[in-house]
Design a protein around this ligand. Sequence first.
Ligand code: SAM
Length: 444
Amino acid sequence: MSNGSEAMDIFERVREQFNYAPYPSTPLDFLPKNDSNYLFPYCAANPLYRRDGRYVPSEGLRILDAGCGSGVTTLSLALANPGAQITAIDLSPASVAVARERLDKYGYADVALHAMPLEQLPDLGQTFDFIHCHETLYLLPDPQAGLCAMAAVLSERGVLRANLHSQYQRHEYFRAQHLFAYLGATTDCDQETAVAIATETLNALAETTQLHARTWRGKEGREKETLLANHILEGDKGFTILDLFSLLRGAGLDLIDMVNWRHWNVRNLFKPNCDLPDYLQVAFESATPEQLLHIFELLHPVHRLLDFWCSPAAVATSYQSAGTYPPEAWAHATIHLQPMLRTEKFRTALDEAVTHGLTLDMRLYLGYTDPQSVTLFANSLLIFHLLWEAPLTFGRLRELWLQIHPFHPLTLAPQTLEACGEELLRLLPDLEDYLFIMIEFGAG
Ligand SMILES: C[S@@+](CC[C@H](N)C(=O)[O-])C[C@H]1O[C@@H](n2cnc3c(N)ncnc32)[C@H](O)[C@@H]1O
């Protein structure tokens, strides 16, 4: 950590920057209500399921938005978790004022908002079941102290989503920040002057100069927002996966998973059907999640954010993917639709696909699922349709399947309940693997 007065200085500069320009500058009219892709990381049920293998409804959950900015994330938390009790805090009073206006406009006047540093969260005297800290942790003078403050107000079985900027992916912006600090634009000037100096400098650079080519081209019309969020972002720092795990250990937290975990699969970085070199094969078999994620970022640093879910280290992960359960376990399974898929937009596409036997590319609705497109056929989509109103036990789903498919499509012989069960056992584990559905075993 930097020395005390330097830390205080960064702290004040960060506050000044976000008072000058509350982030994001998204108009109050923007309501991300119909976008399952966008809302997915805001939904508390997702990390709770990935840790416990249980579906937890949002009603009554105590949720904290730490570093709420202009309130877009807070509004998203409210939309993704109906009936939850939401509190939001931010260092910048101007940002909190915009957040208040945004939440009131959509009928969330009951969200409690406080202008305060997240390092002082324990002073609130409350604990939370889900803490959400988006695009904020990397700005703190001492991210370890910030993470510890959040861990201190996390309930015993709570979950936390936070993220850090990647040192490798963002190295060009970190160089730009060093440049403008070196020129005195960010250390000795007010925000407006810093924006002006950075704009003039970047505009004056030759198209082929790397800083221009990699960070400035194509930003026309969005110069100020781009600069404030990148080249002259106060307090910004880069982290590696090793830094992330060290911060987690320091705060007594364990990783549940990366929020976009399917995008971090190191095996996908090799040619399809290629036999891995022996030493890699052996290394991967014994590697920890930390090691696999670190190898991924060294090979392919494409993710701007190290975006993670974590929880108190004392809470064991009991989640097991559905494909690992034996057939007899399914007799006691209850199946839920991914709550964020329940949007009008998805409903319309689903009805159309089920009615006319079409396919859907699920990446349009849940991009966290896979870097490649995920095409689902009518049979799988029918499962979403059946789960739309309420969760179903495996037994009930199998009965409905028989009603819909009374005859074998090739032989036209009457279908059996067992055959329907086998068909569902072929379809359900894949859907669960992408978190399109959640399956609770032992709950049916
Ligand atoms: C990039 S914005 C992100 C806002 C919001 N979470 C989002 O993603 O839209 C970062 C926010 O963190 C706030 N912030 C920075 N340091 C903070 C601290 N120590 N305590 C609380 N908030 C802080 C800033 O004021 C700013 O509003």
